[in-house]
Design a protein around this ligand. Structure first.
Ligand code: TRP
Length: 330
């Protein structure tokens, strides 16, 4: 059914549960935009394979974890289409077509690929990993998505997608939509441990599925302003991890908290307690929705199966148009 609305496609690798970094970087805007856009959420199990091909069991479980994470933040299954990437065959076919239009050098110089390769310790990357931005272009364009809400690390990929689409359209006379990235206000969340990024593989993540107690324990361990050895020393909230989190998660009270920190009227323990409260206030309604879906796994499966079916039909039509434009039909 064509709703006449513009389309969003975005997704997550199915390599484990999603965390607060995913929430501020993309999930929050997905929820805000779900009424205005025809939204597709991809459970990116093929992209997960590019780094976790030796652990298919994890990927399988994560398909459900990631689907439930998306549903728990407030995406409405009656509005959005949740899709299992590997089951949409047209994505694989489009990836092959697009792969002719991208040079190996361009992929090798992609800054996100470089950072991730280092993070995973690849001295020699697989062809599949190096090429995942090409597959991601197929993800975005099988349904002619207009907008892609993502964190800042994904910008090089969206730029590549635009280049590929432009080249394809120019060469074959098609009119595949050139996608645009939509950066959220907070496009990168630092770790509470002081690492520049919150990440699953960095061991510093606060998961959307964490219990209130787990959140409390993680916040207690957060690294604060190192100069503030005792409570009576005034702090510098702008360089403090907890201070930065208040800006994002306690926006209304943040000025006040920062002022109390600067004047040594609040200590780190009390300040952390406030942050734990803010995070749990955000996460509590998600926990409720999660509990519902975890008790109704058949419903979750149906949501994925029907979304994938819908996406497959759209993708098949797109591939057919491309095959014709490329003179591949006989
Ligand atoms: N690369 C994205 C990430 O690591 C996940 C992803 C896969 C994606 N396919 C996508 C994002 C398509 C946006 C659009 O988070």
């Amino acid at each position: 059914m064509d709703t006449g609305k513009k389309r969003i496609l975005t997704g997550d690798r199915t390599t484990g549960k999603l965390h607060l970094g995913h929430y501020v970087g993309s999930l929050k805007s997905r929820v805000e935009l779900q009424d205005a856009y025809d939204t597709f959420i991809l459970l990116a199990d093929i992209q997960a394979l590019t780094t976790h091909f030796e652990n298919p069991q994890l990927l399988n479980e994560s398909i459900f974890d990631v689907a439930i994470d998306n549903l728990s933040v407030g995406l409405d299954p009656n509005k959005v289409t949740i899709v299992q990437q590997s089951a949409v065959k047209s994505i694989a076919e489009m990836t092959i077509f697009y792969s002719m239009l991208v040079s190996v050098n361009v992929l090798r110089h992609n800054p996100t690929i470089k950072t991730e390769a280092k993070q995973y310790g690849y001295s020699d990357m697989s062809y599949g990993f190096l090429g995942y931005p090409v597959s991601q272009t197929a993800d975005i364009t099988f349904c002619n998505a207009d907008l892609v809400p993502v964190g800042e690390d994904q910008l090089p990929h969206i730029e590549l997608s635009r280049r590929i689409v432009r080249k394809f359209n120019g060469m074959y006379g098609t009119s595949i939509v050139e996608p645009q990235a939509k950066l959220s206000e907070v496009s990168r969340l630092a770790g509470l441990d002081g690492n520049a990024k919150m990440g699953k593989s960095l061991g510093n993540a606060v998961y959307l599925s964490d219990t209130a107690k787990e959140v409390d324990q993680k916040v207690r361990k957060a690294v604060t302003d190192p100069a503030r050895v005792t409570v009576d020393i005034p702090g510098t909230p702008e360089i403090c991890n907890v201070g930065k989190y208040h800006k994002i998660f306690t926006p209304d009270e943040c000025d006040n908290i920062w002022e109390m920190c600067r004047t040594a009227k609040i200590g780190c323990v009390a300040c952390k307690k406030k942050l734990t409260n803010s995070l749990n206030t955000l996460l509590d309604p998600m926990r409720e929705k999660r509990a519902y879906y975890e008790a109704h796994m058949d419903e979750v499966k149906d949501i994925i199966v029907s979304g994938t079916k819908k996406a497959s039909a759209i993708g098949d039509a797109q591939v057919e148009t491309m095959r014709q434009a490329m003179h591949l039909t006989i």
